[in-house]
Write a protein that binds this ligand. Structure first.
Ligand SMILES: [Zn+2]
Length: 133
């Protein structure tokens, strides 16, 4: 068998790759909406596709259907600021995510949501968990 014969499943089936990518996005936040913390059921384009937003990890965040639908084509940060569930830590997390600093984004989300680290234990261990008494 020649090396050229090697076919990657991903190349063979772009849909498979898309699914894996979507899964990985949800995994970052422990399957919770980046805006409100409810279960994420969709991927939201922070800069909408209609405005040239790309389907890259930096531009795509896990969101629940309610946030995704409500935000529609608005600028995510402006929209988020007006929401009842607005949390400055989440706003910072969204900004970090857009800048491609997923590590920081996840830390900020953990800070905003104490239940988060329990559901996402495999991703990162949080030392503060042991300090809480
Ligand atoms: Zn939401």
């Amino acid at each position: 068998m020649h090396i050229n014969d090697a076919v990657f499943l991903e190349d063979l089936c772009p849909k498979f790759r898309l699914r894996q990518w979507r899964k990985s996005i949800h995994r970052f936040t422990g399957k919770s909406c980046i805006y409100c913390g409810k279960p994420s059921e969709s991927i939201d384009h922070v800069l909408p596709r209609s405005q040239g937003g790309l389907s890259t990890t930096e531009n795509c965040v896990p969101a629940c259907l309610s946030c995704n639908g409500d935000k529609s084509d608005e600028n995510a940060l402006y929209w988020y600021r007006r929401q009842k569930f607005y949390d400055p830590r989440r706003a910072m997390a969204i900004r970090a995510w857009l800048e491609g600093d997923l590590r920081l984004a996840i830390r900020l989300l953990q800070w905003a949501n104490p239940n988060f680290r329990r559901s996402n234990k495999n991703y990162e261990t949080d030392e503060s968990e042991y300090k809480a008494a």
